[in-house]
Design a protein around this ligand. Structure first.
Ligand code: FMN
Length: 172
């Protein structure tokens, strides 16, 4: 299906941003894939490094997507620690969010913990979870492309529901 041919006109003014952190390029690739997928729907989703993002930036958006790597033993990316901490003290009930990222399954129980931790922290602000988080093992492969396409489709569906008041979001 060519998503750009479908009717997403009502969402064209939607403010979307993709905030990513990447040391060796895997999460940058995830972020770029997501931006390309949004473009297929005719929606702009610019990329910004997580390092320079504040809670005020998030508060000004309709949809925020966080794409973090995991470091240490399930640790957050250094670039996202300030934002993560600041989110503890804020409510963002009008924001829709999604979190996706690449880690390494070799790390066992801490695989993609930064993805799960950001997801939980954003949910704790009262923001609306627009999709289940997506965890990717190292570089994107075919099954990850399928998962990321589903992720974007869910986020857009949640945006549409919020726009029209159709029904309550269903992921949190
Ligand atoms: C020192 C170090 C610690 C890491 N710890 C974890 C971890 O706890 N869990 C995990 O899933 N991945 C861990 N990783 C793997 C990275 O998250 C993974 O390679 C990721 O794809 C890197 O993304 P990037 O290419 O965008 O930097 C670690 C990598 C390094 C170098």
């Amino acid at each position: 299906m060519d998503a750009s041919k479908t009717c997403y006109g009502g969402l064209q003014m939607t403010k979307i941003a993709i905030y990513y952190a990447s040391l060796t390029g895997n999460n940058e690739e995830v972020a770029e894939f997501l931006a390309t997928e949004f473009a297929r729907y005719g929606l702009k989703a610019p990329l910004t490094n997580l390092e320079s993002v504040t809670v005020d930036d998030l508060a000004a958006l309709d949809l925020a997507i966080i794409v973090p790597y995991t470091y240490g033993e399930g640790d957050l990316p250094e670039e996202g620690i300030d934002l993560f901490n600041d989110l503890e003290a804020i409510k963002l009930p009008h924001l829709i969010f999604g979190v996706a990222g690449s880690g390494d399954t070799c790390y066992g129980a801490t695989f993609c913990q930064a993805v799960n931790r950001f997801n939980a922290r954003l949910a704790s602000t009262g923001a609306i979870q627009g999709s289940r988080p997506v965890c990717i093992d190292l570089r994107i492969e075919h099954q990850d492309c399928v998962a990321l396409k589903g992720f974007v489709a869910d986020l857009i569906q949640t945006l549409k529901e919020a726009d029209t008041g159709e029904k309550a979001p269903h992921f949190n």
